[in-house]
Write a protein that binds this ligand. Structure first.
Ligand code: SF4
Length: 563
């Protein structure tokens, strides 16, 4: 069993995305005071991108460097000291840690002594002490709380990754020792969820593998929780620590991970565990999985999806399906998708297919994208000069989009731009080009096809963004999910479904081809199901996610092709 909550917490993910985005957009050197997160493997990948961890501000030699405040946050004095130097300061303090800062600040100003339940040497706690203006005590648990003197007015807070039970017991002891006590449970929700899930599954397991940095406080805490509940616990930083002796014939294994553990490391450990417990796939399945990964990663499946959407739009428009339009859309979308994919970045380590396509054969991949794009533009020339100009303009805009340092790309990279531009691009080639070539731009059926394409691709693109976040890929505010946050994103996707279905119902009433509309409408139940899995279940790994998302187009096409 692999924990649903395993992997980067939102605060860590946010900090990593922020520095990766900076390294992509800016030419300056980026420094973090202390490691950005407590995971050696991630720090190594960040160093390769020129993001350097330092221990003292004096270590920075450049005048115009960027200095990043970590997710743990810092004390007001440290922040002041940082700002006095002439660096550009970027604050990646987790908003949930900031909440603790304001809590302490509020009660300190009212004269309350702060009691922090946490590890006094941890960076987050060092920051919290600063906010308490040194009028505070740090205790690690009930035993140290017993040793505290009698106190007057106290505000009891927790390090955000503290264990819930320890905090409750400690707070109760302090409450009894004080005249007046405010108990502020500042353990963050992602930590609570992770610990509760761990407690639930560790109890029934023969072996728990906790994946994460050995010097990470929250990973250590998970390890301690599991050690109390399971007969055997293994703390593994990398897959090299997993071997037959370590697994020792365990039948039921639970794998969980700390907040600073990347998904790719969890995946490696799951794979090795499966292999050693003979739950691994056969040679044939492995080969098949590899081939499918190539199809997905090379954007071939996305190209096929665009071809399916063109077919659906042409059916909506009552056009005879001309394969030239279908081919053009596949080449156009596949080419731009590949271009963007080559430039994708994140905290994940590329898998073997990504390494093969985008590291070893990067030039070939780019050439393939250019050739596919050029062929699509040439096909458009066979329709009309107008179609040719528009296709070329859209394609050029799409190829510049991933290069955020360019002025032109900056103009295109507004919030949610990726999902909007992608929807418009797909709608243009899948519904617009056939309409332009058939002189049918003013037809109502064309408007329906374009609107449908924009909305369905918007849902697709947003779901892809969500999947990327959960697979440790870097996504910026140009993705709707990142710009709006999870709840508004899911509400908007849901409302888009309702809008499409309402549109379909009204179109059937005014005489549109009922069978076509009905079949596409039924097929959308698939996307609705997928959305529910994304909200309530575990978001699948990259290849499976992309397969599931783009399968919608194949499904709608397969229902129409039999008509
Ligand atoms: Fe933020 Fe919680 Fe993660 Fe700390 S553990 S960075 S408070 S989400």
């Amino acid at each position: 069993i692999v924990a649903k909550c395993a992997g980067f917490c939102p605060g860590v993910k946010r900090a990593i995305d922020l520095v990766l985005e900076l390294s992509e957009k800016r030419k300056k050197k980026i420094y973090t005071l202390g490691p950005l997160i407590h995971n050696r493997q991630v720090i190594k990948t960040l160093l390769a991108k020129n993001i350097i961890s330092i221990n003292r501000l004096e270590e920075i030699e450049e005048k115009n460097a960027i200095l990043v405040i970590r997710a743990h946050g810092v004390s007001p004095e440290t922040e002041k000291e940082m700002r006095q130097k002439n660096f550009e300061i970027i604050d990646s303090t987790c908003p949930l840690v900031k909440k603790v800062h304001s809590n302490i600040n509020h009660w300190t100003k009212k004269g309350y002594t702060t009691i922090i339940v946490g590890d006094k040497n941890h960076a987050e706690v060092v920051g919290l002490i600063g906010w308490a203006q040194k009028n505070c005590f740090v205790v690690s648990g009930p035993a140290e709380a017993e040793k505290l003197p009698s106190l007057d007015k106290v505000n009891i807070v927790a390090q955000t990754t503290q264990e819930e039970d320890i905090f409750k017991q400690t707070a109760e002891i302090i409450r009894q020792k004080s005249k007046e006590a405010v108990i502020s449970d500042t353990i963050c929700q992602p930590t609570k969820d992770r610990q509760r899930e761990t407690i639930k599954f560790a109890r029934d397991s023969d072996l728990v593998i906790v994946v994460g940095g050995k010097h990470s406080a929250n990973t250590q805490r998970l390890y301690q929780i599991c050690a109390r509940l399971s007969p055997k616990v293994l703390l593994a930083e990398t897959d090299e620590e997993i071997n037959e002796t370590a697994l020792n014939g365990a039948k039921k294994i639970f794998i969980t991970a700390g907040a600073s553990t990347p998904n790719w490391m969890i995946e490696k450990i799951v794979k090795k565990t499966r292999k050693l417990t003979r739950k691994s796939e056969s040679f044939f399945t492995q080969k098949l999985a590899y081939i499918w990964n190539v199809i997905i990663t090379s954007s071939l499946f996305t190209a096929i999806s665009a071809m399916c959407l063109t077919y659906i739009c042409m059916k909506f428009q009552n056009f005879l399906v001309d394969l030239k339009f279908v081919l053009l859309s596949g080449l156009f979308v596949g080419s731009l998708h590949l271009f963007n994919r080559i430039e994708e970045k994140g905290a994940n380590i590329p898998d073997e297919v990504q390494t093969m396509l985008f590291a070893k054969h990067k030039k070939t991949a780019k050439l393939a994208a250019v050739v596919a794009g050029t062929v699509s533009i040439l096909i458009s020339l066979s329709f009309s000069f107008y179609a040719f100009l528009l296709t070329a303009a859209f394609w050029l805009a799409g190829t510049f989009y991933p290069y955020k340092a360019l002025k032109f790309s900056k103009f295109l990279n507004f919030p949610a731009s990726k999902d909007i531009v992608t929807s418009l691009g797909w709608a243009f080639v899948c519904a617009g080009i056939p309409a332009i070539s058939n002189n049918a731009l003013s037809y109502k059926s064309t408007h329906l096809a374009i609107l449908f394409a924009i909305l369905i691709v918007f849902i697709r693109s947003t779901l892809m963004g969500i999947s990327n976040v959960h697979n440790d890929m870097m996504i910026g505010k140009e993705n709707f999910y990142k710009a709006a946050g999870p709840r508004p994103t899911y509400i908007i996707i849901f409302l888009t479904f309702i809008f499409i279905e309402t549109l379909f119902v009204s179109l059937m009433q005014i005489g549109y081809n009922k069978e076509i509309i009905r079949r596409v409408s039924y097929s959308l139940a698939y996307y609705l199901g997928l959305l529910l899995i994304f909200i309530f279940g575990k978001i699948p790994r990259r290849v499976l996610s992309e397969t599931a998302i783009d399968f919608q187009f194949l499904l709608s096409w397969s229902l129409l092709v039999t008509l």
